[in-house]
Write a protein that binds this ligand. Structure first.
Ligand code: G3P
Ligand code: CA
Length: 241
C-alpha cells in the first residue's frame, strides 16, 4: 500500500510544520508526516523549513541565531488569520512525544544544506532512540553526506537521499550509499524507475505530490509512499483506486 505522508503536516490547510498541521494530518488519516529540522544557537532541534524565520513566522533572522526560548515566542501561524491562538515552532522532541500516542511514521528531513549544524545528526538520532521510534522514522536530506553519515551512525533507522533531478538508476545509487530508499521529485519518478526500484527492494517516496493525476499514477504503480501537502486528497484517492 502506498503510504500518505503529510508534507510539513497538513500544510495545504494549516500553517506548515506546526503541531496543528501534524494533528490535523493524523485526523484525516495520513499514515505519516514529513517535517524539516534545523538547530538553534543553543543546540535545540526545531521544526522549520527555512534557515530564516521570516517567511513562516512573525519574526526575522536566522534560526541559528535564536535560542530555543527566543524562537518559541514567535508565531508560526500568524499568516492564518482564522487561528485564535499562536502556533509555536515545534521542538522536535515535542513532535516525538506526540508520536508516542499514535502509530504514524515520520520522515525527518535534515535541513543542513546552507549551515552544517554541527552534531545535528547525532542529536536527532539520540532523540529517536530515547523515544524508541527507530522503526517509524525515515531520515532524508538533499545533503547526501548527511544521509551517509546518518546511515553509518544509526544503521537501524531508514535513510533516503532526496533527489531534485532525475538520476540514472537511482535505486543503484541508494544501495551504493546503503540507504533503503530514495525520495525523488515526482517528475523525476517515471513508472519504470519506480517499478525497478521496488523490485530491487528499494523504497520510493516522491515529493511533493498534490495533483490528483499524479497521485493516481503513483498509487497504481505501487509507490512505497507519497509526500503531499493535501493528505486528505491522497487518502481519498487511495480509497477510490
Ligand atoms: O522531503 C521532501 C520535500 O520536503 C523536499 O523539499 O523544500 O519541501 O523541504 P522541501
Ligand atoms: Ca522537507
Amino acid at each position: 500500500m502506498t503510504l500518505i505522508l503529510a508534507h510539513r503536516g497538513y500544510s495545504s490547510l494549516y500553517p506548515e510544520n506546526t503541531m496543528l498541521a501534524f494533528v490535523e494530518a493524523e485526523k484525516v488519516g495520513a499514515d505519516g508526516l514529513e517535517l524539516d529540522v534545523q538547530m538553534t544557537r543553543d543546540g535545540e532541534l526545531v521544526v522549520i523549513h527555512d534557515e530564516k524565520v521570516n517567511r513562516t513566522t512573525d519574526g526575522k533572522g536566522f534560526v541559528k541565531d535564536f535560542t530555543a526560548q527566543e524562537i518559541r515566542k514567535l508565531d508560526a501561524g500568524h499568516q492564518n488569520k482564522s487561528l485564535s491562538k499562536k502556533e509555536k515552532i515545534p521542538l522536535l522532541k515535542e513532535v516525538f512525544e506526540w508520536l508516542m500516542g499514535n502509530s504514524m511514521v515520520c520522515n525527518v528531513e535534515f535541513k543542513n544544506g546552507l549551515f552544517p549544524y554541527k552534531g545535528m545528526e547525532e542529536k536527532v538520532i539520540a532523540l529517536v532512540r530515547h523515544y524508541q521510534l527507530e522503526s517509524r522514522i525515515i531520515f532524508s536530506s538533499f545533503n547526501h553526506y548527511s544521509v551517509v553519515h546518518t546511515t553509518s551512525l544509526a544503521p537501524e533507522i531508514e535513510t533516503a537521499p532526496l533527489l531534485a533531478e532525475g538520476l540514472y538508476m537511482p535505486w543503484i545509487y541508494a544501495k551504493s550509499i546503503r540507504s533503503s530508499g530514495f525520495h525523488p521529485h515526482y517528475r523525476a519518478a517515471p513508472d519504470q524507475i519506480i517499478k525497478q526500484a521496488i523490485d530491487s527492494g528499494i523504497a520510493v517516496r516522491p515529493y511533493t505530490v498534490n495533483k490528483e493525476t499524479e497521485m493516481e499514477r503513483l498509487i497504481k504503480v505501487g509507490c512505497s509512499a507519497m509526500i503531499t501537502d493535501d493528505p486528505l486528497k491522497g487518502v481519498q484517492i487511495r480509497l477510490e483506486i
